[in-house]
Design a protein around this ligand. Structure first.
Ligand code: NDP
Length: 457
């Protein structure tokens, strides 16, 4: 993919960039290594101070950065502003709690025959972050805030369609006063990632994106024995039981499916609704989906903007027509919007079965797949048949059902009476083909740290 800003609301190419040459990449890797040599010796208080000032700089830049994201990948301006706010919060979270997270953990010295024993978390070096376009600021910040607090240095290979947001991130950390080169953006294509990861100055990698990209990075990392964290696809179940507040569940279902124009790994994608309430829930859900204003993402009234890429819309169209051919019913939506740009109508498809790609694949667009079930056990069984296990949602007032759901659902995150969301205070990640490792909280920070055992006799 060419490195370029192409406005998805118009299809217009606004700016193109040349990928870095091999020599330029080499120079940046040398700078990263030099930066780490000094940065690892800074104190947690110093790093917290830089994170705080990054939060202030970002907050002041909110409008400009939000407009940039909307222009590059089509999310609504309101969603882009909210994303900036979330990043500000994450920076402040690690600034406030990072020092405590980095305190040595004392162990029972007597039990191990020592005078003193403890575990200290130390930074490991330059970490490569291969990031997607869907939350161009947040995905990168989810990596950067804990990594920089930890004392690591960051190398960002962002998706090729969000180069200006990628460059802004480098500038943000520079403007915040971090030492030179502790966070660098590498404008490179995906074909250049392998050489960077193999380089001995790169310690580890984190990737958020498709399974194909995750496999490629994990394969290389396996070859050179480097740690990876992978946050890959999801097809989150959203289970509605008879005791649920149906109107509220339908309201949240719309947001959970259509947030970010339907392009979120933790979007609810498969809806399992108990037969007793299926008709009513389907009606409410369809009405609310059909009422969503679709249009110019810069417009304050718009709730659903275009898909980020032309090929992304073609994928969604293919999934829907495959489902219809195999017997599914389109209740609302089901086609592209007749205007320039890559718009697709908010869509509800029922009678979805495991033979359909709409069920087996990750649908990155505002298309909900609904299936009626006899009880919670059937919903959980069908949900667990999927290769993915990222987030999951249950709507029920029944305590027994809630506990069974939490025990049995195969996912990294279980949300009851709410939609899957990421918070700095809660670990984020999946199981099965959704990847491994965790982001956020202290767990996310420790993923790229050496938990060094210290024994003093
Ligand atoms: P990709 O997984 O291709 O892109 C994500 C990142 O990985 C980008 O920086 C990309 O770079 C890079 N990348 C791609 N292939 C490789 C590779 N072989 N080696 C190293 N890096 C690589 O996502 P797409 O944009 O193509 O989206 C395709 C589908 O992936 C979506 O429809 C969705 O299903 C899923 N996806 C899931 C996301 C999530 O949040 N879990 C986010 C984005 C996509 P470049 O842009 O230069 O190709």
């Amino acid at each position: 993919m060419a490195i370029a800003t192409i406005n998805p609301a118009t299809g217009e190419t606004l700016r193109t960039f040349e990928p870095l040459s091999d020599e330029a990449v080499e120079e940046r890797l040398a700078r990263a290594a030099a930066a780490f040599a000094g940065y690892r010796l800074t104190t947690a208080q110093q790093r917290a101070g830089w994170l705080r000032s990054a939060a202030d700089v970002l907050e002041a830049d909110t409008k400009a950065v939000a407009e940039l994201m909307t222009t590059e990948m089509g999310k609504t301006l309101a969603a882009a502003e909210a994303e900036v706010g979330k990043c500000v919060k994450a920076l402040r979270h690690y600034a406030e709690h990072g020092e405590q997270m980095l305190q040595p953990r004392p162990a029972d010295a007597d039990a191990v025959g020592a005078v003193e024993a403890y575990v200290v978390h130390q930074p490991i070096g330059a970490v490569l972050a291969v990031m997607p376009w869907n939350f161009p600021l947040w995905q990168a910040m989810r990596f950067a805030a804990p990594a920089l607090m930890a004392g690591n240095v960051g190398l960002l290979k962002h998706a090729s369609n969000v180069p200006q947001t990628a460059l802004y991130l480098e500038e943000l950390f520079r403007k915040a006063g971090f030492p030179d080169d502790v966070f660098q953006t590498l404008l490179i294509g995906s074909g250049q990632v392998e050489a960077v990861l193999r380089d001995e100055r790169v310690a580890a990698a984190t990737l958020t994106g498709s399974n194909a990209a995750g496999q490629a990075v994990a394969r290389t990392a396996g070859d050179v024995i480097k740690k990876t964290v992978l946050e890959l696809g999801g097809s989150d179940p959203f289970i509605v039981m008879p005791s649920a507040d149906l109107d509220r569940a339908a309201e949240v279902a719309v947001t959970a499916r259509c947030q970010n124009n339907g392009q979120s790994c933790i979007a609810a994608k498969r809806f399992f609704v108990h037969a007793d309430v299926a008709e009513e829930f389907t009606r409410l859900f369809a009405e609310k989906l059909a009422a969503l204003p679709v249009g110019d993402p810069m417009d304050a009234d718009t709730k659903v903007g275009p898909l980020a890429t032309e090929s992304g819309r073609e994928d969604v169209e293919r999934f829907v027509s495959d489902a219809v051919e195999k017997g599914a019913t389109v209740v609302t939506g089901g086609k592209r919007v007749d205007r320039p740009g890559w718009f697709y109508e908010p869509t509800l498809v029922t009678d979805v079965t495991p033979e359909m790609e709409l069920w087996t694949d990750e649908v990155f667009g505002p298309v909900a797949a609904l299936r009626t079930v006899a009880d919670l056990d059937e919903a959980v069984r069908l949900a667990n048949e999927h290769v993915y296990g990222l987030g999951s949602n249950l709507w029920s007032e029944d305590q027994g059902e809630r506990l069974r759901f939490i025990r049995d659902i195969q996912s990294g995150m279980a949300f009851v009476n709410g939609m899957t969301t990421s918070y700095p205070e809660l670990p984020f990640g999946g199981v099965k083909q959704s990847g491994y490792g965790r982001e956020l909280t202290e767990l996310g920070m420790y993923e790229f740290m050496n938990a060094k055992t210290v024994w003093i006799g």
